[in-house]
Every structure is written in C-alpha cells, then in structure tokens.
Design a protein around this ligand. Structure first.
Ligand code: PMP
Length: 403
C-alpha cells in the first residue's frame, strides 16, 4: 500500500472486480495439468506460412500504407476484403458500412462508450462472455439477463424483458456462444429481428465463432437475415473477428452498424487507438486476397469437430448422468451442468477446485452470469487439447467428481 493519495481512481472502477477466473488461471502452471480452461484457439493450427507470405506481400507491395498511420475507419483494401468475406456468408455489406476494430473486443468497448450512460439497462444472455459483462459494467450498465436453453436465448422471455426494461440494447452471441456453445435456431433468429423492429430496440450480434461449425453450416447470421425483415437492419450491430479462425494476435475485428452509430464509434476510436495496426490490417487484407481463408476454415473446422466429438463421447461415458449438456455443433466449448444425480456434487466452483488437484482444469460457470449465477454449470474448452488428452482429462474430471 502506498502512503500517497496521488492516484485517485475513477468511480467507474467500482463497478468491476478482477475476475475469479484470473485466480484460477494462476494455478494452470502446475506441471502435467490438462487444461480445458482457456478460450484460445489452438496455436498449432495457425497458418504461419500463409501469414508470413501475407505480411511479406504487405511490406513489399504497400510498405507506405502498412507502416504509416492510417484512417480510423480501417485500411480500405481490408474493408473491401471483409465486406466480400461477409458477402460469402450471405450478408450484403458495403466496405463503408464496416469499421475495422482492434479485435472484436474493441467493438464491444466502443459500443459501451457510445451507448451506455451510468445506470442504463442492457440485456445480455445468462450466461454470456465474461469480458462483455466487465466491459459494459465499466461504463455503468445495469445488466439484465435473458435465459438460454439448448437453442440459444429464450425469445419469449427476451421480449418480456425488453418490454419491461426498455434496454439501451440487447447483446447476443447467437452462434456457438461463449460460454454456452449454443446455436440460436433459424426461427428464433427471425423472431429476434422482428422483435427489434416491433419494440424499436437495438440488437448487437457478436459473432466470433460462426465460421467454426462442425457439420452443416449454422443458420445465417442476424445480419444476413436482416434483409428479409424490413426495418431490422437499422436496429442491428454485427461484430466479427479473425481471432478464432486465423489469429487472435493479429487483433483484427470489425463492426457493422447503422451509419450514425458507426460515425460515433469512429470518433471514439480516434481518441482511443487512432486506428487498428496498419501492418496487421495490410497483412490480413493480403491473406484474404490470397484466397487462403476457405482452406484454413476447412482445416480448423475438422480438427475442432474431432476434438468436440472426443469430449462429448468421453463426457457421456465417464460422467454419464452426473452431467447434462447439449453437444455443440461448432465453436470451442462444451457448456455443462452438474445434475447432482445420485447425491453427487452439484457445485461447479467446488468441482473446479477438486479438479485442479486431480490434474485437470476448467472454468466454473457462475462468473459468466451477470445476475443469478447457476453454480451447477461449468465450461470446458476442447480447442487446444488433442483427443487422447481430452479422454484422459475427462477421466480425471470423473475422478474429481467422485471426491
Ligand atoms: N466476443 C466473444 C463472444 C469472445 O468469446 C471473444 C474472445 N474470447 C471476443 C468477443 C473478443 O475476441 P477478439 O477481441 O480477439 O476478436
């Protein structure tokens, strides 16, 4: 403790605390531990060669742009490539409608900055992405949680909450959410868009995982579907990211928003980081231009699909009725609930503690709830662990559950 009072923090810091998960991560250095805790993609799958070629091309073909300050809105060739990428997924977007952000995390921060005044209500899913909870709280948001089931957010409950609370906006991760892994059905997607129009409510679609599907492609994004629901596009924000499919270290994400909101976000970004790294943007643009993305996507989908299957099978055979979960159809996570069957443990925090002693780590579910935490839940990531180690890790988990 310092004896000086020269550092006097802003009141907004009272709204957040360092996450419980960080404490858990400190234990992950234990030798031999199998970690299902991270939210990272697997570094072994980074297309290093493709990114090397793209970065060289950026330096050789456009050194002035790649190393110079750039426009806050983003590097134009990248905006064009990203608009085309979105188009390949059924969403018609002009480059001018897209702001390149420093990861999609910055898009969330810009939404907080531009939309949330202290005390404003924002509806999020229960559970939702932890950093979103923290980020919106930092701006003083009062978070309301809409429950989810195996098909994503409960739309009837969501509508009641919208009517009751008149939120500034609703934040959803409709496709393979973090931590839920859930996929919002096509029918519910339409209902969400219709609701946005009916109640004149802004919807934020965060979509960093939509490309990571294992079998059939998921239903189109809310953004892609918004063309079919008149009036919904101007009530929709879409956040995308290259982090999970290409590399989180590049820090390239984007935000597509109604023009008046995009303009304010650009203004705020200008005072924050001026622009996303031009070198990263030029590299990403070259990468997309080289046409490597489809091959990369195919490769990562296949690897994650195998790992997800190994985890689902191991959970079923090793833990049986002690856990319930919906097998994910994409993304990086299995979201599970301890049923307490046979008088067994039903507390995810306690299981996480015991699991570390048995050499396996995962994240308990409670911190992912902005309100009314369900302590019986937990999140397992299969992304960075090979299939044999997944089976071994789930076996250890079963032992931890036995006591
Ligand atoms: N949204 C969700 C739902 C996430 O899970 C993550 C990363 N874990 C992000 C946004 C931020 O990703 P990035 O800033 O790397 O694009």
């Amino acid at each position: 403790m310092s004896d000086s009072s020269a550092v006097r923090f802003a009141d907004r810091l009272n709204n957040v605390e360092t996450s419980a998960i960080r404490e858990l991560f400190k234990l992950l250095g234990k030798p031999g531990i199998i970690s299902f805790a991270g939210g990272f993609p697997d570094a072994a799958m980074f297309d290093v060669d493709g990114i090397r070629q793209a970065s060289l091309a950026a330096l050789e073909q456009e050194p002035g742009a790649a190393l110079q300050y750039g426009a806050t809105e983003g590097y134009q060739p990248l905006r064009e490539q990203l608009a085309e990428f979105m188009g390949s997924k059924g969403a018609q977007v002009l480059p001018e409608q897209l702001l390149v952000t420093t990861g999609s995390q910055q898009a969330l921060d810009l939404l907080g900055k531009t939309l949330i005044s202290p005390g404003d209500k924002v509806i999020v899913e229960g559970p939702t992405f932890l950093a979103t909870i923290q980020c919106f709280r930092l701006y003083g948001a009062q978070l309301i949680t809409a429950p989810i089931d195996g098909h994503g957010v409960d739309v009837q409950r969501l509508e009641q909450l919208i009517v009751e609370h008149r939120p500034k906006f609703v934040y959803l991760i409709p496709t393979f959410g973090n931590p839920s892994g859930a996929m919002l059905s096509l029918e519910r997607r339409h209902q969400v868009l219709e609701m946005a129009v009916r109640h004149d409510t802004l919807i934020v679609e965060d979509d960093p995982y939509g490309d990571l599907y294992f079998g059939e492609a998921p239903p189109p994004s809310l953004l892609a579907l918004s063309d079919q629901v008149p009036g919904s596009r101007q009530r929709l924000v879409h956040c995308g990211s290259l982090s999970k499919v290409l590399s989180p270290g590049l820090r390239v994400g984007w935000m597509i928003a109604p023009p008046e909101l995009l303009a304010k976000a650009v203004m705020c970004k200008q005072f924050s980081d001026a622009h996303t790294s031009t070198f990263a943007q030029a590299t990403a643009a070259q990468y997309l231009k080289a046409g490597r993305m489809p091959g990369t996507l195919q490769r990562v989908r296949q690897v994650y699909a195998q790992r997800a299957q190994a985890m689902v099978e191991a959970l079923r055979s090793e833990l049986g009725e002690a856990v319930s979960f919906v097998a994910p159809q994409g993304g990086l996570f299995v979201w599970a609930r301890l049923t307490g069957a046979g008088g067994r443990l039903a507390d995810g925090n306690e299981l996480a503690r015991r699991a570390i002693e048995h050499g396996v780590a995962f994240v308990p579910g409670a911190p992912f709830f902005a309100r009314d935490p369900d302590v019986s839940t937990f999140r397992l990531s299969f992304a960075t662990v090979g299939e044999d180690r997944i089976r071994e890790g789930v076996g250890r988990l079963a032992k931890a559950l036995q006591g």
